[in-house]
Design a protein around this ligand. Structure first.
Ligand code: AMP
Ligand code: GLY
Length: 424
């Protein structure tokens, strides 16, 4: 088979590595890809939002299956364009990707179908939101821009002044663009967060092994929210009891709700869960693999990923027995100093060869490119150094050891990825 992967981050590198393991695959393309992906696949210089060019490319090369990794093209309807052209593609259509594309939509869905989540109100003008905050709100409170905002459109406000400022930032100043046309104001919840990824074929859902992300830039969960600074899998806090609760109240119910709304979901649903005192609650849905969750989940998957992708497309996921290794993985993100605000790019990355020789170690590229024959930094998040181990502690020690194999100027990482393991 010939496979086309769409995206350019660590997640797409992890997908490419899983696809590469399949005996059914002869050739992998990735658009636009990055320098690390380029070692497994042929990178094609087409942007993920250039749907016409991507469709033309897929037809020309007779691609058998296209896998969309990123949220923007999914929410923009790339799957519909591929299907219209008669091409096979893995991912939700536009009318289903709205599960991630609009927080107002996903909250309404959860309310209508009784899926546990924080209570909320939706607003389409700033005055009404301000009035609500002044008269009815308890603090802290959470403000969420409706649309995609690179994980940055969520503000936790500890008092009225902060919340009024937040409404201005999102709805008036439009810091997150048209994402802020609508605003969700949500009850603040506390508890541990767990990410659960799943494959869905429209009817059947198969849960992958759990993971936990670290969203803040600094040690001890301080500093700004980022795209994710590191992950571990499985989460020791995802107990059998939590699993049973989510299977009864969240997973299948979400898939059935989407189908009942005429929005059949095929692809990956990411459940961002908070384990509150009252039980698990949905924080958010994403319509694709998490990044960097994919970097710790996919290396532990035993199935041929192409079989699973095809089962989702064909509606035969009930025949797949999804299996994961009985071990653990930890991913530590190596970022550019200054991320997520401002940082320099273009520094040579040294020491990458070591990963080719070591089993159970991976260096997924998030922001890198080839420049004059050298691999250089090209983003805020640069590499996702991932290692497996027999348990979480061993995987964490291995991952931190491997962060020393690579070097570049302004290299920055958190030193406490997986610290929560010690409290489990
Ligand atoms: P989201 O993009 O909706 O996952 O939000 C980003 C982050 O904000 C989450 O991972 C949580 O850490 C935090 N967050 C979102 N919603 C809530 C909430 N209702 N209560 C507390 N924290 C929240
Ligand atoms: N790691 C969270 C996300 O992919 O949105």
């Amino acid at each position: 088979m010939k496979i086309l992967i769409i995206g350019s981050g660590g997640r797409e590198h992890a997908i490419a590595a899983a696809v590469k393991k399949s005996k059914r695959v002869d050739k992998i393309y990735c658009a636009p890809g990055n320098a690390g992906i380029g070692q497994l696949a042929e990178c094609v210089p087409i942007n993920a939002m250039e749907f016409d060019k991507l469709v033309t490319f897929a037809k020309e090369k007779e691609i058998d299956l296209t896998v969309v990794g990123m949220d923007d093209p999914l929410v923009g309807g790339i799957v519909d364009e591929f299907e219209k052209a008669g091409l096979r593609v893995f991912g939700p259509r536009k009318n289903a990707a709205i599960l991630e594309g609009s927080k107002a939509f996903s909250k309404e869905l959860m309310k209508k179908y009784n899926i546990p989540t924080a209570s909320y109100e939706t607003f389409d003008n700033a005055a009404a939101a301000e009035n609500y905050l002044k008269t009815k709100a308890d603090f802290p409170i959470v403000l969420k821009a409706d649309g995609l905002a690179l994980g940055k459109g969520v503000l936790i406000c500890s008092n009225l002044d902060e919340a009024l400022d937040g409404v201005k930032t999102i709805m008036v100043d439009k810091k997150f663009g048209s994402s802020g046309d609508k605003l969700v104001i949500e009850e603040f919840m506390t508890g541990r967060e767990v990410s659960v990824l799943s494959f869905v074929d429209g009817k059947t859902i198969r849960i992958m092994t759990s993971a936990q992300d670290h969203k803040r830039a600094g040690d001890g969960d301080t500093g700004l929210n980022t795209g994710g600074m590191g992950t571990f899998s499985p989460s020791p806090f995802y107990t059998d009891e939590v699993d049973r609760f989510c299977k009864e109240h969240i997973y299948q119910k979400t898939v059935d709700a989407m189908a009942a709304e005429g929005r059949e979901f095929k692809g990956v649903i990411f459940f961002g869960l908070m384990l509150t005192e009252k039980g698990p609650r949905v924080l958010e849905y994403n319509a694709r693999f998490g990044d960097p969750e994919a970097q710790v989940v996919l290396p532990r998957m035993k199935n041929d990923i192409i079989d699973v992708f095809e089962a989702c497309v064909d509606g035969t996921l009930d025949r797949i027995d999804l299996q994961f290794e009985d071990n653990a993985a930890v991913c530590v993100v190596l970022a550019s100093k200054g991320y997520p605000v401002s940082y320099e790019k273009g520094f040579e990355i040294r020491g990458l060869e070591r990963f080719e020789k070591e089993d159970g170690y991976y260096c997924f590229h998030a922001g890198s490119k080839l420049s004059n024959g050298k691999i250089v930094t090209n983003g805020g998040r640069v590499l996702g150094v991932t290692a497996k181990g027999k348990d979480l502690k061993e995987a964490r020690a291995n991952a931190y050891k491997a962060t020393e194999w690579v070097d570049f100027d302004n290299k920055y990482m958190r030193n406490d990825i997986g610290k929560a393991i010690d409290e489990a």
